[in-house]
Design a protein around this ligand. Structure first.
Ligand SMILES: Nc1nc2c(c(=O)[nH]1)N[C@H]1C(S)=C(S)[C@@H](COP(=O)(O)OP(=O)(O)OC[C@H]3O[C@@H](n4cnc5c(=O)[nH]c(N)nc54)[C@H](O)[C@@H]3O)O[C@H]1N2
Ligand SMILES: Nc1nc2c(c(=O)[nH]1)N[C@H]1C(S)=C(S)[C@@H](COP(=O)(O)OP(=O)(O)OC[C@H]3O[C@@H](n4cnc5c(=O)[nH]c(N)nc54)[C@H](O)[C@@H]3O)O[C@H]1N2
Ligand code: SF4
Ligand SMILES: [Mo]
Length: 719
């Protein structure tokens, strides 16, 4: 792939009418690939796109989805003008209007709502359409801060795990993903790397060529599990128990790195007592993993050095997901894995960026006397309800010690929703409640989008947004240590504008006179970079980015964050016992609490489809054709018990909703689970509704995180 990409670059270097522009993939993916775009200078069209050969992680290749980015950018259904709704909400009938009309109408609706109900009646709603600093929460943050709008707790993906992980190690940092190449044992825990983190696989392959063993712990035999040396099927939501049994064996068999534990951890004695309760025999009945296998896993982990764990977000989308992540994060310290290059654990690298984002977000623009309320994005259905009790429930309270307000103090109902970089009608839990809220006649909805998504169909006003080929941005990574600059390669398609410009225009129409709303995109990006120079970035980072397109963070190379302890926790140690957790209302020691599942229920999992990125790319025909039509996959034993086979249609239902899906059978899943792929567009699904009809808006134990993978359902033959 690398050679091919180099060849390409050379081919265009010989063509004076083709310019090659550097950029970076904006998608919600740990790989943050740097790319290069060939643009025909006579037509102004992008004609080719490939992975940057000189980026250490991208190494010349993009994934199959983003290989189709030009198709997506020049898609016949790209939104090219602002739109005003003509039909009923959800119907998707619009008429084109001018930018001036769209901006003025939106600003005047917002102003009327603010003067009648206060600025908290406006709710911004955004997530991972782009991970760019600027087109993500850049100008948008300035705009909503100035307004004093409700704030959004962006909890839909990773919050439970991130909070849990931080209790143990203190920061959102871990093993450098490129160091996985040096590991001798790799556990991939709750992650389908070949689908969702492709470029890690290259490091893993390097490690395997040098004799490393790769074990995948997952209820599904994913394509990653198939490619690995071993698949350990686990009952969903029981990973914390498995980690406790591993600790039990490590202690019992004395596979502990006592020096590391003594110097760099706190709470080993009480942890030892706790782990004693979690014998492999007991945990076998919880996890479905035979006790001998648990013992083998633990011994392997204790004896192989370096051992690296790639833990990811699959296992934390559960009621006990925060505690499970916190528990697993203790393991590397117990065996001293942090000492070695290629040892440790990686959940996210985002904390390594830790930029001072004030030059971007401008917190000083706030004028409200107190911080506005914060709404948990997983509770969108409740947030859009007129019932004060439900609205109170939508307030973010990430820890037991954080109390939500009483209904009387929940604040005004939401009367305006401004959606950007997100498709909540398809991706948010409790879809019925979300759609019911979006249908409210007294709710004004503005959506910034590339396409008429399920969400855009509910908008009063739709703004056409530019893609990454058309705007400036700066993109960090949550999977590696390289920052990349994105330059616009082509002119905006149609009349589309960057999010930054749309909020700039809205700010002007709202009468926000601050200079912050007149700064241009390139200036903002440059100011953000220069503010980190000499701190998180090398002193010449901006010049380097302009020339090379990407730059490594100014962190040591190799990057072994905890080789000498130095955990950014309260104690400065890896907290096996956490006083912070006790104060926050949790058990200070690792533990496991089972989640409720009735005997006749299956646990429905809906992990990402290989060819989609969340709900992005579902409308790219070539990619949709690669995905099988939505179906529910069952273990043959579970199907037989229900009188189902591959000719049947199943009724899959629970208290949240119901779907009818064709049945598929597979022995590549653990018994007791059902699998349906995410995240189809509702309107492109055979039934007009996707799996989020069934996912409840309940919260995980930490961070107000979503529980997309703890969805108990009943499955029976559809009449
Ligand atoms: N192609 C593609 N790539 C993507 C995405 C996409 O939609 N498509 N999404 C992107 C986003 S937003 C994110 S957050 C990341 C997600 O990346 P990851 O967090 O790595 O998530 P997945 O790769 O979906 O892997 C989740 C895995 O967890 C498993 N799982 C579910 N419950 C449990 C459990 O209780 N225990 C264990 N051990 N495993 C469990 C599922 O079966 C699944 O295989 O990927 C990003 N990359
Ligand atoms: N059942 C189930 N549901 C899930 C998950 C699951 O595994 N199963 N995964 C969850 C996870 S991990 C996540 S992160 C969320 C993801 O949910 P979202 O963050 O909503 O991700 P996408 O579905 O990709 O939608 C992003 C939208 O942003 C738009 N967009 C992209 N770039 C821009 C831009 O520059 N400007 C504007 N205005 N728009 C842009 C895209 O066109 C797209 O429609 O979904 C969650 N939902
Ligand atoms: S989605 Fe991920 S793997 Fe694909 S190009 Fe973007 S960053 Fe790379
Ligand atoms: Mo995510």
């Amino acid at each position: 792939m690398t050679t091919a990409a180099r060849g390409k670059a050379h081919r265009y270097e010989d063509q004076p009418d083709v310019a090659v522009v550097r950029g970076v993939c904006p998608h919600d993916c740990p790989d943050a690939c740097a790319w290069q775009v060939a643009v025909d200078q006579t037509t102004g069209r992008a004609v080719d796109l490939w992975g940057a050969p000189d980026h250490p992680v991208t190494a010349g290749s993009l994934c199959a989805k983003v290989d189709r980015y030009l198709e997506r950018t020049y898609h016949a259904e790209r939104l090219t003008t602002p739109l005003r709704r003509m039909g009923a909400k959800g119907e998707g009938r619009f008429a084109p209007i001018s930018w001036q009309e769209a901006i003025e109408e939106t600003a005047s609706r917002l102003q009327a709502i603010i003067s009648q109900h206060g600025a908290e009646a406006v709710l911004p709603y955004s997530y991972g359409g782009t991970l760019g600093y600027l087109q993500g929460e850049g100008m948008a943050e300035r705009f909503f801060t100035k307004m004093g709008a409700s704030r959004l707790a962006r909890t839909i993906c990773a919050e439970a795990g991130v909070q849990g992980y931080q209790y143990t190690v203190g920061g959102r940092i871990g093993t450098d993903s490129t160091d996985f190449a040096h590991a001798k044992l790799i556990w991939i825990w709750g992650s389908n790397s070949l689908t969702s983190n492709l470029h890690l696989w290259r490091q893993i392959q390097t490690a395997r060529h040098q004799g490393a063993k790769v074990v995948v712990i997952d209820p599904i035999r994913t394509r990653t599990a198939r490619a690995a040396d071993e698949w350990v099927p686990i009952t969903p939501g029981t990973d914390g128990a498995l980690a406790l049994a591993v600790m039990h064996v490590l202690v019992r068999d004395n596979l502990i790195d006592h020096d590391y534990v003594r110097e760099h951890t706190i709470g080993f004695e009480p942890l030892t007592d706790r782990a004693r309760d979690w014998s492999p025999e007991r945990v076998a009945t919880i996890t479905g993993i035979p006790s001998e296998r648990i013992v083998e896993l633990a011994r392997d982990y204790g004896r192989t050095k370096p051992a690296a764990i790639r833990i990811n977000y699959g296992l934390q989308r559960h009621p006990g997901g925060g505690m499970a992540t916190r528990t697993i994060a203790c393991l590397p310290a117990l065996v001293g894995a942090w000492r070695h290059r290629g040892g440790g654990i990686l959940l996210t690298a985002s904390g390594a960026f830790d930029f001072d984002t004030r030059p971007l977000t401008r917190p000083e623009l706030a004028t409200a006397p107190r911080l506005p309320r914060r709404i948990n994005m997983n509770r969108l259905g409740d947030a859009l309800s007129r019932d004060p009790a439900r609205l109170a429930q939508a307030h973010h309270h990430p820890r037991p010690r954080d109390r939500g307000p009483s209904p009387a103090q929940a604040g005004p109902p939401v009367f305006a929703l401004v959606v950007y970089n997100c498709n909540p009608a398809a991706v948010a839990p409790d879809q019925r409640a979300v759609l019911e809220g979006l249908r409210r006649d007294d709710l004004f909805v503005a959506v910034l989008e590339h396409f008429a998504t399920d969400t855009a169909d509910y908008a009063d006003i739709v703004f056409p947004a530019t893609t990454q080929l058309e705007h400036w941005d700066l993109v960090p990574s949550y999977g590696h240590l390289h920052l990349a600059l994105n330059r616009p390669a082509i002119a905006p398609v149609g009349e589309s504008q960057p999010n930054s410009e749309i909020f700039r225009r809205l700010a002007a129409a709202m009468g926000y006179a601050d200079a912050a709303f007149r700064q241009d995109d390139r200036t903002i990006v440059e100011a953000l970079v220069t503010a980190q120079q000499g701190r998180r970035l090398p002193a010449d980072a901006w010049a380097h980015l302009l020339q090379h397109g990407h730059v490594r963070l100014a962190v040591p190379d190799p990057y072994l964050p905890f080789a000498k302890g130095e955990f950014p926790t309260e104690s400065g140690k890896c907290e096996l016992y956490s006083a912070t957790m006790a104060r926050d209302g949790y058990d200070p020691l690792p533990t496991y609490t089972p989640a409720a599942v009735e005997p006749d229920e299956l646990v429905l999992l809906s992990p990402p489809a290989h060819s989609f990125l969340n709900s992005s790319f579902v409308n790219v025909d070539a990619l949709r054709r690669r995905e099988p039509e939505p179906a529910v996959t069952l273990h043959p034993d579970d199907a037989q018990r229900r009188g189902l086979d591959e000719t049947s249609t199943a009724r899959v239902h629970n208290a949240t909703g119901e779907l009818r899906l064709p049945v598929r059978l597979s022995r590549d899943i653990a018994p007791g689970i059902a699998v349906a792929p995410s995240i189809w567009w509702n309107k492109l699904s055979p039934q007009g509704a996707n799996v989020n009809q069934l996912t409840p808006a309940e919260e995980a134990d930490m961070g107000g995180g979503a529980v997309f993978f703890h969805v108990p359902v009943r499955v029976e033959r559809a009449p």
